[in-house]
Design a protein around this ligand. Structure first.
Ligand code: NDP
Length: 298
């Protein structure tokens, strides 16, 4: 048996088309959704992510802007930039790219972003709304993307044993909150594992749906997976590979070659969860713009 691939690239493409249609609809009301990404410093990986976000937002017909600030930017200066964006009516979504230089406290910055413009879904107000099941907040893009992958691939989460490896605030915890909700893509029985979990394989082998968000290259091997499970690999790691010109290759947290013979469905890396994150960011930005329209209509 070889698992069916969950094609995140194709599903993300579909969502991008849906977003572009929403952008056209909003344009009829004179609204162009605006996403401003703030990048502090010159971290190469962050610059690549930010460039991809700007390109994708423009391709969807949005106003995509990137503010590139020097690494020497103080926390107070960054907060002033955020405050300016908070009150700018042409900006519907604000994203401050993480990680920030070490002299800036990321939590302080996140708390400064207006929750209504926090399209990353990291503000405590949005995290709280997710936990209590309110749908007028924003959900962190990667876990929201995983739910879309499951739903659009026809995976029935209801009553399934879902095991998440990783408890970060941006992936593991919101992932658990989404899977446990009583709506489409939810109603699962959820277990969260982390570095202090005793006997990780005991838990992963019970999973009908296994989500790996660990940041450890190929740590989940085929023998840790229940036959027929759906495996979602959030991990994005690099491994040495002499056959590649760069000398490295991208890999997930799941050992794909052994897992693909055990799982029923699996996401590849690249081409699985990765493309979904930006698609969900665009969708959150369109929702932020739609909400301003709804407020204006009141
Ligand atoms: P974090 O480092 O914030 O969290 C990793 C989690 O894995 C922690 O909860 C940690 O446990 C747990 N963990 C680490 N080692 C083990 C272990 N040996 N056994 C069990 N659990 C372990 O990472 P993120 O959540 O930010 O990201 C996870 C992965 O997903 C990374 O590879 C990242 O690059 C990728 N990612 C991909 C995205 C995409 O768009 N595809 C977006 C975001 C992330 P503890 O809390 O105890 O330390």
């Amino acid at each position: 048996m070889r698992a069916e691939l969950i094609d995140g690239k194709a599903i993300a493409e579909t969502i991008r088309h849906e977003v572009a249609a929403d952008v056209t609809r909003l344009a009829a009301h004179g609204i162009i959704p605006g996403l401003t990404v703030v990048l502090v410093g010159d971290d190469a990986a962050s610059a690549t992510y930010v460039g991809a976000k700007e390109k994708a937002s423009k391709a969807a017909g949005m106003q995509g802007e990137t503010l590139r600030l020097p690494a020497s930017t103080t926390q107070a200066e960054l907060l002033t930039v955020v405050e300016r964006l908070n009150v700018d009516p042409s900006v519907h979504g604000i994203l401050v790219q993480m990680p920030l230089p070490s002299h800036i406290d990321p939590d302080t910055v996140i708390r400064h972003i207006l929750p209504e413009k926090d399209v990353d879904g990291f503000h405590p107000v949005n995290v709280g709304k997710l936990l209590i099941g309110h749908t007028d907040g924003f959900v962190s893009c990667t876990p929201a993307g995983v739910i879309e992958l499951l739903v659009r691939s026809g995976v029935d989460t209801r009553g399934a044993e879902a095991v998440i490896v990783g408890r970060s605030n941006i992936v593991g915890k919101p992932m658990a909150a989404l899977l446990v909700q009583g709506r489409a893509g939810g109603d699962a029985t959820v277990t969260i594992c982390h570095s202090r979990t005793k006997d990780l394989a005991f838990h992963t082998r019970r999973a009908d749906i296994l989500i790996a968000a660990i940041g450890r290259a190929e740590m989940i091997t085929g023998d840790m997976i229940k036959p027929g499970a759906v495996v979602i690999d959030v991990g994005m790691n690099t491994k040495p590979d002499a056959t590649k010109a760069k000398g490295t290759r991208l890999c997930g947290d799941v050992h794909f070659e052994s897992a693909v013979h055990v799982a029923s469905k699996i996401t590849p890396v690249p081409g699985g969860v990765g493309p979904m994150t930006i698609a969900m960011l665009l969708r959150n930005t369109v929702r932020a713009a739609e909400r301003t329209l709804a407020v204006a209509a009141r």
